[in-house]
Design a protein around this ligand. Sequence first.
Ligand SMILES: *Cc1c(COP(=O)(O)O)cnc(C)c1O
Length: 405
Amino acid sequence: MLANEVPHSSHPLTCPAEPVAREALMAIADRPPAAMVRGDGAWLWDEHGRKLLDFIQGWAVNALGHCPAEIVSALQRQSQTLISASPALHNGPQFELASRLTAASGLAQAHFANSGAEANEAAVKLARKWGQANRPGATEIITTDQAFHGRTLAMMAASGKPGWDQKFPPMPTGFVKVPFGDLAAMQAAVSRQTLAIMVEPIQGEAGVVVPPPGYLEGLRKLAHEAGVLLILDEVQTGIGRTGKLFAFEHESARPDILTLGKGLGGGLPISAMLATREVCCFEYGDQGGTFNGSALMTAGALAVLNAVDDAGFLKNVTERGAQLAAGLARTKGIVEVRGAGLLWAARLSQPLAVPVVTAALQAGLLINAPRPDTLRFMPSLRTTPDEVEKALLLLQQAVTKVYAP
Ligand SMILES: *Cc1c(COP(=O)(O)O)cnc(C)c1O
């Protein structure tokens, strides 16, 4: 049986045997007790040798699955040459990654950081700097209800999770919220105070909320006409996750500022903020970070981009996504399926997502519950037809168990 299979590999299981002082780690999430020790493609093994089909993949970060050969060899090669020169010096892979991302996005320049939140902070700083020169007096950025932009103080304020903008006062200000997917509400909210509009093309953490067709295109037009910036947070949707390299390509809604994270590093901590020529106005000292754009992380991200660029890669994302969505729609207990590419959510007829996630874990499938009635699926972008079928089978077992115990 899947769940109890022992890994057939020579890799040692490197987690120390119990008892380990797990209390030494701050508890910031309700995690299952077992530690993970090894990953390979779609599969993850815990310290007890249990094999799990991973449809979380590091929270949509392992774009190529666990421990892909390309990243392993890029890290091996680069770490023997240069790991980090310092943020005050140039390195080759950083130049190459910047030119690849700007060419692919149609934006002019890139800045690298280490997390999605940090890239979004950079985006807000850049927008405010641009505004000081181009829209004097305007300081507000319009974001959306339920949005997720990260966990720094400013990004919690920018996010639309209820209560988040007041959780750790004093909080940064300057963010105005409107309902997501509602173009008229956005239009009504734009004023002389407005500097920028900032949205996710698909709201990921909110539960894969897909806006109506034309929304991004409408925002692009609105921002242009109002003379404000369009910032797209593609930390979750970027780098092939929705079947295009960038989700904005679905509607030709190229933003003024674009942020990337998660899949960009294929599991490595790297993020990026890109902008048009007119908006790139940082001066020396405005922005930086000790680890930003290190040779090692940018070399790893280049390995991801090379793989995603391969003919057939995005086609697989779209085809496996269609397979997964069709299977979810057939699954008893699921009443709504939404998403794109390989980012999908399934709404259950009852608020049983947490017990279903637990039952799925017991059956050998890793998924998550972004909402009490919603499951989310974010497998490796290289997932195979067999893996998708297997996931659907394990999911049906879990749902059946929870619905009819
Ligand atoms: C995950 C996520 C972030 C935050 O990224 P971190 O790397 O966790 O800081 C920001 N925006 C979106 C859309 C995300 O999904």
